[in-house]
Each structure stands twice: as C-alpha cells, then as structure tokens.
Write a protein that binds this ligand. Structure first.
Ligand code: PMP
Length: 440
C-alpha cells in the first residue's frame, strides 16, 4: 500500500529527502500536468520536477522519441562516443540558442545534473583564464556538489588549476527585499554601480576571478527576475574587465521564462551557458555551451561516466523541437502574464501576499505577515510558517506547489508550458482558496 511505501522509504532512505516530506503521496501515473496518487487522487503539478518538465509528464512526443530510440537498437550508454542521437541533439540545441551565442560555440556534455554543468563551466573558465575564484550573487542557487576533484589522486588526469579561489558575493537586484533599501529598477541600478565600483576599488579585496556566474531569473532564490538593464550592465562590466560571464539557465531554459532562453529578454551574449533540467526532456542530461575562445581543454581534461545518455538526448531533442515548433515559449509568456495579473489582483484581497513576481511560467508569490510593519521598501517580514500551511492546503486541494526563497516563504509556480487555460484557472482558484484558508 501507499502508506507502506512511504514508511519503508522513510526508514531506508537518507534523512536529507525533502520532497517526500512535503508531499506525502505515492504517484503511480502522470500525464501532462496531472499526477495521480496511489489513492486515486489527482493533483495539478506546479513543481514539474523543479522545472524539468517543459512539456509536462509523459508527453506523447517525448514518449515517441524514447520508444523510437529503444526500438532502433541504438546503444543506450556510450560514454562520449559519437552517435547519431548526440549529433541530432546538438543540432536541435544549437538551432534553439541565440545565433549570436551559438555561432562557433562549443558544447561539452558533462555529468547529468545541473551541478555537474556548473562545475564544468567553472573549471573551464579557470583553465581559460588561469584564475581562480568567482563572482556570484546573493540568493543564487547553482547546485550541491563540493570537492571530488580534490580527492582524485592521479595528477596526470587532473587539469592543473589555480587553487584557493574565493567566491565574492554580490547583491542580486531583488526589488522587493532590496539590498540597498531602494526598490525596483533604482535598486538594480545601485547594485550595478556597487558591483562596478567594488571591482575597480584597489582595496576592494576582489582578486580577478575566473568568472561571474548568474541566473537571469533566480529560481530557488525565490523567483526573482533580474531587470534586463541590470543584466546588460553585468555583461558590460564583465566584458570590460575580461571576466567570463557564465549564465546558469538550468531552470530558466527551454521556454520557461517566455523565451526559449532567458538571455533573449535582455539580449546579452554570455561566454558560457549552463543547461540541464528540461533539455533532457525529463531524463537526466546536462551540458555547458561556451564561446570557442574558451576552448582551452586538452583531451581528457574533464571527463565522467555519464555524458549524454542516448535516451535523454533523443527525449531532449524532441522537447527542444516541440517547444520551438509550437511556440510554447510565447504561450508561456501569455499565460504567465495572465496568471501574474490575476495573482496581483488577488494580492489586493489577501494581505498575506506581499509580492507577486514572474517571467513566463516561472512565477513566485511571496507570503508575508500582514500584521507586521513594512520596511523602507514596503516589504513586510516573510511568513515561512504560513507558506508551509499554504503548501499543505494546496496539496489538500489537489495542487502541488513548492516553496523557495531566502525565508522559504515564496510559493513557486513552475507549471508545464503546455498548461491549458482551464488548468491555469484551476491552479489559481485552488491557490487562492488555499491561501485564504491558511491565512485565516
Ligand atoms: N542551477 C540552477 C539555476 C538550479 O535551479 C539548479 C537546481 N534547482 C541547479 C543549478 C542544480 O541542478 P541539479 O539539482 O540538477 O544539480
């Protein structure tokens, strides 16, 4: 039974599991946006595997690509040997990327998770620049790995890397909880000015880093879209100082933000893009795409066992092409705008909603304590306990919503790009009802 499955897994698996605690259900079937539990209950899934399922669960186009590949007899696992499936995925990927970035770019298939691609991109830029260290941002999320290369003993296989790098943390332009006590675009301008002055201050303590790494819309950080002007400022500031810019599109990619890639909104051309999640069409796949001038790796400089699983490449190619051919990024923009508009209207009725943010179908609803005093920017203290109650109330109403943000008080909506108008309306009805009930 479902309760026995939950109990056994709780006993046998790591205590670090989170989702199984937040959502004590045992899914047995899923299709599109709907997940069905072992108890027969159906849920609208706004988590989508943390943004992985651009086309929802078990999309027929993805299933057909996987079945076709299985039936073809192609080897499923091949390290990084050349295959038709890899060739086809790379073609689909490069066709989907902004031409100014993709023309002459190189792709590196790495371990299958987002964090693997972030590691690879950092290492690539360390090799290319001979520098260590990185610039990153408050609220950033890039992964969970730490340190396996340091344990590897055979120095012959180790790329000589400058050691001892530091991460310098810079203020992300979070307009609602403003790092400078000034909201919106004005706060973002202050952030850009600060970054530039800090880098140029000979006593600022910043050693020239191997790269700047940023998300155009922070996901785990609480769905915080950076203003386009700020992103353009980061591109200018890094270019002027010859600091490679790595944009992490692990969560924002494949139509999620209302463009195929989030960099398209601001038009910035990064030096590298880190991609995972949706590019595998629900199977594990990750790559770094980078400008060819950074291609300083010798053969064997960065290897790994799982680099481009055949089924994942087939599912990913099918997903990329389906999103592009059906204008799903554009549709995400339209549906997302409509959802944000309705949520903002709802905020007028429900004072526990402090802020509604979004870009495409990456939407965040920040919950606050309506009884507390607002700060200088008008933000009230975050309400993480309320957020947990809302998540539970959502689940009870057949809606899967995860939390994020600095205080874990942001409801994150990441529905598939295929969400119908009826489903979007149902999500908002259930969410409004859950917030009203939990805040009462
Ligand atoms: N970067 C971003 C922007 C992410 O959102 C995530 C995962 N949520 C990662 C990197 C890490 O990906 P993974 O969990 O696959 O290692």
């Amino acid at each position: 039974s479902a309760s026995a499955v939950l109990r056994r897994q709780r006993l046998r698996e790591s205590a670090a599991r989170t989702y199984a605690r937040s959502f004590p259900i045992v899914p047995v079937r899923a299709s599109g946006m709907t997940v069905e539990g072992a108890d027969g209950r159906r849920y609208l899934d706004c988590l989508s595997g943390a943004g992985t399922l651009a086309l929802g669960h078990n999309h027929p186009v993805v299933l057909a690509a996987i079945r076709r590949t299985l039936d073809s007899g192609a080897p499923l696992h091949l390290l990084d040997l050349a295959t038709a499936e890899k060739d086809d995925f790379t073609t689909a990927l490069f066709e989907s990327l902004p031409p100014a970035f993709a023309d002459g770019a190189r792709v590196h298939f790495c371990g299958p998770a987002g964090t693997d691609a972030v590691e690879a991109a950092l290492k690539l830029m360390q090799t290319a620049t001979g520098r260590s260290g990185a610039l990153a941002f408050t609220g950033a999320y890039h992964g969970m790995t730490a340190g396996s290369l340091a344990l590897t003993g055979n120095v012959a296989v180790k790329e000589p890397l400058p050691g001892g790098g530091e991460v310098v943390r810079l203020p992300y332009p979070y307009g609602y909880r403003c790092p400078f006590g000034v909201g919106g675009e004005a706060g973002a301008e202050l952030s850009a000015t600060y970054v530039e002055r800090l880098l140029d201050d000979p006593a600022g303590g910043v050693v020239p880093p191997a790269a700047m790494v940023l998300e155009a819309v922070q996901g785990e950080g609480g769905v915080v879209p950076a203003p386009d002007d700020w992103l353009r400022a980061m591109r200018r500031i890094t270019a002027e100082r010859r600091i490679p810019l790595i944009v992490d599109e692990v969560q924002t990619g494949v139509g999620r933000t209302g463009a195929m890639w989030a960099v398209e909104h601001s038009g910035i051309v990064p030096d590298a893009m880190v991609l995972s999640k949706a590019i595998g069409g629900s199977l594990p796949l990750a790559v770094v795409v980078y400008r060819e001038e950074y291609d300083g790796w010798r053969p064997g400089a960065h290897t790994g066992t799982f680099r481009g699983n055949t089924l994942a490449m087939a599912a990913g190619a099918a997903t990329l092409r389906h999103v592009a051919a059906n204008g799903l990024a554009e549709r995400a923009a339209v549906v997302g705008d409509r959802m944000v508009e309705r949520l903002r209207a709802l905020a007028g009725e429900l004072p526990a909603i402090g802020d509604v943010r979004g870009r495409g179908l990456m939407i965040g609803v920040e919950l606050v304590d309506p009884a507390a005093e607002p700060d200088a920017c008008g933000a009230r203290p975050a309400a993480p306990e309320l957020a947990v109650r809302v998540r539970e109330a959502c689940l009870a109403r057949g809606l899967i919503v995860e939390l994020g943000g600095r205080h874990d008080a942001v409801l994150r909506l990441l529905p598939p790009l295929t969400i119908t108008d009826e489903q979007a309306a149902a999500v908002l009805d259930r969410l409004a009802d859950a917030i009203a009930a939990a805040a009462a």
